[in-house]
Design a binder for this molecule. Structure first.
Ligand code: S3P
Length: 431
């Protein structure tokens, strides 16, 4: 089990690129696999979660050539019956999107994962997929899922939770239905990477306000794309650069899709000036370089439709809140309780070990700042975003912080510790 020791004191200075977007890396592999022809992917994320999807795609009989860690050719041509269960390890996106894709295949598959993934709710996808006539057996509403062949039909589905994973699973199943599928984003606008990628691949998909309509279609054109850096990985460095005295860092090639960048608006309200420069487009997504310098931060409130636009950034926001003047409040974010961990309880519990005072609500939290954190021995609970958030907390704490079970950081950000070291942080990574 890896341990990360953070010794605070040095400013963060320098330029670094951010590893490929996790959401896009899962999608490019899965959609490339069912396209008619070879897909080329550059900038792919070679992390724990996406490697599990790669393994599953290969078990489904698709040839994938990895030229180097981040450059892949995906054979395409569609799936074949797997010999063994597909193991998505800790990847919620992997298992939920793949459930939608295999629901319309003419063979049986079993989708499974780690003990952590087996605890995560699957009814949010199995219920609407069953309405589409999918034949799914679950295990008390969780994985493992056994999915058998059936002719899918299109449905009109109003989302009960604002979840891009649910929306994507239904759209992917909709490719194999015998009538159009409509997903209504009535609970809020989740990330739209699936819609963008499907359109690039020639799928008849329309978006009108909250209504997304997809026609049955299996003649997808292959992709040739460069995946930009993951904003949700950049977020840890954005907050570190803001908080650690005398820092100045430039993050290059970050995906700035506005369905993902709610944190930037929150930072603006917190009086932080984050500079986006060199705007461009890559793989159908907006991309920019992000410049961060140390600044004083003030508290703010986050709720409503902003929540889904920064759903992965609340662990790091809790750290930021401890250092910001005034009371930061987050509400209407109960989804945080069903991520890799219950991110409200786990983050509050670990930051309390560092001396923080955090109030928990069923759907959020409140933090009065600024608070001086003390270095401590803390635990990631096998949640990558908790691990990285605690590392940033360690950078502003008094004394050394030891993060136990830190290996999970590589589920989404391989080389996180190397990037911190290159930016000047004194640390130790022990395996
Ligand atoms: C993701 C959607 C989000 C997010 C996850 C990635 C995706 O999950 O938390 O890290 O790629 O679609 P939900 O759809 O469950 O909110």
């Amino acid at each position: 089990m890896a341990t990360l020791t953070i010794r605070p004191g040095n400013p963060l200075r320098g330029t670094t690129s951010i590893p490929g977007d996790k959401s896009l890396s899962h999608r490019a592999l899965m959609l490339g696999a069912i396209a008619k022809g070879e897909t080329q992917i550059r900038g792919w994320l070679p992390a724990g979660d996406t490697l599990a999807t790669l393994d599953s795609v290969q078990r489904l009989g698709v040839r994938v050539t990895q030229h180097d860690a981040t450059t892949l050719t995906v054979g395409g041509g569609g799936f074949h019956a797997p010999e063994k269960p597909l193991d998505f390890v800790n990847a919620g996106t992997g298992i939920r999107l793949m459930a939608g894709l295999v629901a319309g295949q003419d063979f049986e598959s079993v989708l499974d994962g780690s003990a952590q993934l087996r605890r995560r709710p699957m009814r949010r996808i199995t219920d609407p997929l069953r309405q589409m006539n999918a034949n799914i057996t679950d295990t008390n509403g969780c994985a493992p899922l056994t999915i058998r062949p059936s002719q899918l039909k299109g449905i009109h589905y109003e989302q009960k939770v604002a979840s891009a994973q649910v929306k994507s699973a239904l759209l992917l199943a909709g490719l194999y239905a015998n009538s159009p599928t409509v997903v209504v984003e009535s609970a809020g606008p989740g990330r739209d990477h699936t819609e963008r990628m499907l359109k690039v691949m020639g799928v008849p998909l329309t978006v009108e306000g909250e209504y997304i309509t997809i026609m049955p279609f299996t003649d997808l054109s292959p992709l040739d794309l460069t995946i930009p850096g993951d904003f949700s990985s950049a977020a840890f460095l954005i907050v570190a650069g803001t908080l650690v005295h005398d820092s100045k860092i430039l993050l290059t090639g970050v995906n700035t899709n506005d369905r993902r960048t709610g944190l930037l608006e929150v930072l603006e309200r917190m009086q932080v000036d984050v500079k986006l420069q060199n705007h461009r487009f890559e793989g159908g997504e907006p991309v920019a370089d992000i410049l961060i310098t140390t600044q004083e931060t003030t508290a703010t409130t986050v709720h409503g439709s902003e929540v889904v636009r920064m759903i992965d950034e609340f662990p790091i926001l809790m750290v930021l809140a401890t250092q910001s003047a005034g009371e930061t409040r987050v509400r209407e974010a109960k989804e945080l309780r069903v991520k890799e961990t219950d991110r409200i309880a786990v983050m509050a519990g670990e930051l309390r070990k560092m001396g923080a005072d955090i109030i928990e609500y069923p759907d959020g939290f409140a933090v009065k700042g600024p608070q001086q954190l003390k270095g401590a021995v803390v635990d990631s609970h096998d949640d990558h975003r908790v691990g990285m958030s605690l590392a940033v907390a360690g950078l502003v704490a008094d004394g050394e912080t030891i993060i136990e079970d830190a290996g999970c950081i590589h589920d989404s950000f391989p080389g996180f510790e190397t990037v911190l070291e290159q930016l000047g942080v004194e640390l130790e990574w022990e395996t």
